[in-house]
Design a protein around this ligand. Structure first.
Ligand SMILES: [Zn+2]
Ligand SMILES: [Zn+2]
Length: 389
């Protein structure tokens, strides 16, 4: 419990890092003086601390104060074209990661898969030409959703970060917070009613969690994203218990099905409110849980869903919309890259380098960036293939 208490404080402190003007985050250790050190740091900022957590309103205020939109034109990209929004439910085996190209050139990432599949996430975003993730949402701190976050944060500039007010003591979670802290990025609490303005004809609003419970799945941040006439609902691993707490209007066109198509999600009452035309399930072929479960598939079917897509069958599923019409394509893979990166060894290889060919998938990513950009991120050139522009 001592560790848990420390982690809660650590999270709070990470959120407050900039505003409190603290010189340095305390190192993570189990020294005896830790609790009093952190308490004094927290007390020294003007926070109302209730038990071991800070009030949501204050946290939101602080986050809003801290996070400023520092978009620079040098990072603007020329995709997507013709004011399209594109939602890529990335094939990350058993986990979730959804990359959204907004029609105004900005982008959003919801979850980042297991660490071993983070290369797929990084490669796709990189090869689409993005260097900054404007909005990063961590639905809940399970490793199949946030395991890849550390590497993602290390690979892109990060704008705003949203996550529910829950903590865990896993390495994935701590490494994620550490990476955010190194970039000086703070976190806004994701909970029902939190909206963010993201551009003309666009709106994004969390419709859950309404309440925080012990089970992390049922604290999932559920996001409703609307572009003109089309509504998408992203549910993380919310199960029926959480679905039934949602009071907002969740009528949607496209549903990212909760919890990888588990029978514990996608209840009839919820589906009646959603009435999606398209449902997308993110799950891995041959996964240990048997996802997606027939019970969930049958309920989706009965609810009148026109088409169910599955990443284990289709690979990455891409939904494109101009706000009026929707098109779906399957199997997008990164293209146009010059370099193969070793995310673990931080090496840059040419595509035909033997080390690149033999590299384990868990360390592999593809990049269209310049060598200089990659070197600035800490990558070094392979001595064997000697990459040259
Ligand atoms: Zn999950
Ligand atoms: Zn989960």
């Amino acid at each position: 419990m001592r560790i848990k208490r420390f982690l809660i404080l650590y999270l709070i402190f990470a959120m407050l890092f900039v505003s409190a003007c603290a010189p340095k985050l305390p190192e993570v250790s189990s020294g005896d003086g830790m609790d009093s050190d952190i308490n004094s740091l927290v007390e020294s900022s003007e926070l109302s601390v209730e038990g071991s957590s800070i009030s949501d309103e204050r946290l939101d205020d602080i986050s809003n104060d801290l996070i400023s939109d520092t978009d620079s034109t040098e990072e603007s990209v020329d995709v997507p074209t013709a004011n399209e929004m594109r939602v890529h439910v990335i094939d990350v085996w058993q986990g979730d990661s959804i990359f959204i190209e907004l029609p105004n050139g900005k982008c959003m990432l919801i979850d980042a898969a297991e660490r071993d599949y983070s290369g797929r996430v990084i490669s796709l975003i990189d090869c689409l030409g993005y260097k900054k993730i404007d909005y990063l949402v961590a639905t809940h701190p399970h490793s199949d959703h946030i395991g890849g976050m550390q590497r993602v944060v290390q690979s892109f500039k990060i704008g705003k970060v949203y996550m529910p007010k829950v903590t865990t003591d896993t390495a994935s979670f701590i490494n994620f917070l550490d990476a955010l802290d190194k970039q000086g990025v703070s976190v806004t609490v994701a909970k029902a009613g939190v909206k963010f303005d993201i551009g003309d004809f666009l709106s994004a609003e969390f419709v859950a969690p309404v309440t925080i419970v012990d089970d992390l799945n049922n604290c999932s941040a559920v996001l409703k994203l609307k572009y003109d006439e089309k509504v998408f609902l992203f549910t993380g691993d919310a199960e029926i218990i959480e679905e039934e707490t949602i009071t907002a209007n969740i009528d949607c066109d496209v549903l990212k099905v909760g919890h990888h198509g588990s029978y514990t999600s996608s209840g009839n009452t919820f589906l009646k409110k959603c009435t999606p035309d398209i449902a997308i399930i993110s799950c891995g072929k041959g996964n240990d849980y048997g996802h997606p479960h027939d019970a969930a598939l049958n309920r989706l079917d009965k609810a009148g869903v026109d088409k169910i897509y599955r990443t284990d069958v289709s690979g990455t599923v891409t939904v494109s919309t101009d706000g009026k019409n929707i098109e779906v394509s399957e199997g997008l893979v990164p293209t146009g890259y010059n370099w193969v990166l070793n995310l673990s060894g931080m090496k840059i290889h040419t595509t035909d380098c033997k080390s690149a060919v033999d590299m384990k998938e868990e360390n592999r990513a593809y990049s269209i960036r310049t060598l200089r950009e990659l070197q600035k991120m800490g990558y070094v050139l392979c001595g064997t293939c000697k990459p040259k522009e």
